[in-house]
Design a protein around this ligand. Sequence first.
Ligand SMILES: [Zn+2]
Length: 536
Amino acid sequence: MKKELVDFIHKFDSAYIPLYKASTLASWNASVSGKPEDFKKSDELQLKMVKLFADKESLKKLEEIKVSGMITDSLLLRELDVLYRNFLMAKADTSKVNATVRMQSVIEQKYGNFRAIVNGKKMNDNEVEDVLRNSKDVNAQKEVWIAQKKIGNEVAADIIKLVKKRNEIAKDLGFRNYHEMSLTLGEQDPKEISKIFDQLDSLTKSSFTEIKNDIDTYFVTYYKLKSKDELMPWNYQNRFFQEAPKIYPVDLDQYYKDKKIDDLVEKYYAGIGLPIDNMLKKSDLYPKEGKNQHAFCTDIDKLGDTRVLGNISPNEQWMGTMLHEFGHAIYEVNIDTALPFILRDPAHLFTTEAIAMMFGRFASNPQWIKDNIGITEEEKMKIADNCFKTFRLDQLVFSRWVQVMYRFEKSMYENPDQDLNKLWWDLVEKYQMIKRPEGRNEPDWATKIHIASYPCYYHNYLLGELLASQLYYHIIGTVLKSDDYKFQSFTGKKEVGDYLKQNIFKPGLKYFWDDMIEKATGEKLNPKYYAKQFVK
Ligand SMILES: [Zn+2]
C-alpha cells in the first residue's frame, strides 16, 4: 500500500506540478494584460485543473489506500489526507456540479447587470456607497438604500434553488448539507467554528453595545435628528454596516501622500529579516491600462516565484493593502521547499489571511508610522488616541457583521425553506443592533453577493482577525518580551521574522491548522486575544 501511494503521488505530481505552474502563470498574465486571449488561455488551464481532480479512478485508489489503514508514516498520511479531500468532489454527480456552475453564473450576471434606479437615474455600487457614506440627507439615503435592495427580489428565488442543488451534492457525498460539507472539506469542524463564534459573541457583546451607542449618539447630531429611535439601516454609511462609519477625526493619508509605498514595504520587511526584493522584481504594483484593479498575491511555482499585483496610490489604504499582500507573499515564499509539492501551501486560507492582516493593520498604527515614516513622538501621541479608537471600532463592527453572515449561511443551508427574510433581520437586529424598517419583508439577505458566489467562506475573514491578534500578542509577550501591546511596529526586529519563518511559514500544510497554531503559540486558536485587543 505504501508503494502504491508513493507511486500515485509520483504520477499525480508529474501531471499536477506543470499544470499548476502553467495555470498560475496564465492567470497572472491575464490579470496584468486584461487581454481576452490571455483570459481564454487561463480559463482553459483552469478547466484542465478541475478535470484532474474530478478523476473517479484516482479517488477510488485513494479511498482504497485510506481504508486499508496501512499507511503509518506521518508525512505520507498527511499527503493522503490532503489528496483525498481534494479528490472527494469527484464523487459528485457531474451533471449536478455543472448545474450549480450554470446557476451561479446566471445569478452573477444579474448582479453584474443590476443598477439601482433613483429618480429615473441609474446608479452603480460605487455611486450607491458614495451617497450612503457622504450624504447627510436621510431621505436621499433611504431612497438609495431601498433602490439598491431591489436586486434581492431578482435573485432570491434563484439563490434558494442553487442552495438546494448544493445541498443535493453534499448529501450525495454523505454530508447533511453544503455548509457542513464545505467546512469539513476545509478541515474545519462546524461545531468548533460555531463554538468560537459563540465565545466571540459573548466577548464582544457589551463593548459593541457601548460603541454602537456612541455611533448612534454621534449620528443624531450629524443628521440633526431628535432621537436615536429615528436612526435606520440606511444611516450607517454602507449597505450592510459591515465597515465602521467615520466618527473619529483622523487623516492618515497626509503621511503617505508623498511616499513611495513599495519602498516602504521593502525596507520594512527587510528590517524584520523577511526580504521581499526578489518578489518585488516580478510583481506588478502600479495601475496600467486593462489591468486588474484590485490587489492579490500569487505563488507561481512554490519555489520562490511569488508575486503581488497592486495598483498603488500613495495613501493609507494602499499602504495597508501592500503590507497585507506582501504578508501573504512572505508566508508563501518561506514554506519549506523540501516538503512534498501538495503540502507547500499555508496551513489554511485563514492562517495566511492572519499574517496578511497582522501586518496590514500597521498602516494605521501610530508607532509604525513613527518608525517607518519618521513623524515625531509628539505627533504620534497627538494621533494615537483617534487611531486606536478607529481601529477598535473597525474591528468590532466587522466582527458583529461576520456573526450575521456565518449564522445566516449555516441556518440557510440547514433549512432553505424557512422564512429567510425574517432570519436575516432577526440576526441583524441581534448582532448588529440595527432595527429592521417597520413591516419590511424583503429578501435583503440576497443582496450580499458572497452568499451566491463565495459560499460558506466569510467566517474565515474573522478567524483570520482572531489569529492575527493571537500571534500579535504571542510575538510581543514571548518573542519581544514586552508588555506594551499598543505601541508596537516590529520595525527592525529580526527575531520576529525568525519566529514566523520557523513556526508558521516553514511547516506549510504539514500539520492540521490548529495543531500548527498550538505548536507556534502554546495554545489552539483562541478568541480571547482578539477580545484583549479590542474589548475594554
Ligand atoms: Zn488577504
